[in-house]
Write a protein that binds this ligand. Structure first.
Ligand code: FES
Length: 145
């Protein structure tokens, strides 16, 4: 049986972790990674991108594309919280964009939308952008427009 001291210790630890997160990350980053609405894979996607970042973490993005417009997008990653936030943000931002507009997106736009990331996590936003671009490139290389 779990005693009250143990339960309280776990609760305190959880609060400590949450406080540290709030000191390190913006409110947007915390909300995106605690509730990543676009996490997962689309069934029968038109485009798939997968990139391994400089840190060794991987992201995968699947896209639904109709007449050159991104109708839907999902991401998956085994990376950190910042990567989850970046993946969720980029898939939200990509929806409704033409392939060209999405291909012109850069990591600064993701960092701005997230209200910044700690410097050592800027590469997480770059991983998200590179994965989106990889999906578009793969789609185009198969003749998609
Ligand atoms: Fe690896 Fe964020 S992508 S630390």
């Amino acid at each position: 049986m779990i005693d009250d001291d143990f339960v309280n210790m776990v609760k305190e630890l959880q609060k400590k972790i949450e406080r540290e997160e709030e000191e390190t990350y913006s409110k947007v980053v915390i909300s995106e990674y605690r509730n990543p609405t676009n996490f997962g894979f689309l069934k029968k996607p038109e485009a798939v991108g997968m990139v391994k970042g400089s840190c060794g973490d991987t992201m995968k993005i699947t896209l639904k594309i109709v007449e050159g417009i991104i109708q839907d997008a999902r991401f998956w990653t085994d990376g950190c919280g910042a990567t989850i936030a970046a993946g969720n943000m980029i898939t939200k931002m990509a929806k409704g964009k033409t392939l060209q507009e999405a291909n012109n997106m850069n990591s600064n736009q993701i960092l701005d939308a997230l209200d910044g990331l700690p410097k050592e996590h800027n590469h997480c936003a770059l991983l998200a952008v590179n994965t989106l671009h990889d999906a578009i490139n793969n789609y185009r290389s198969l003749g998609g427009k």
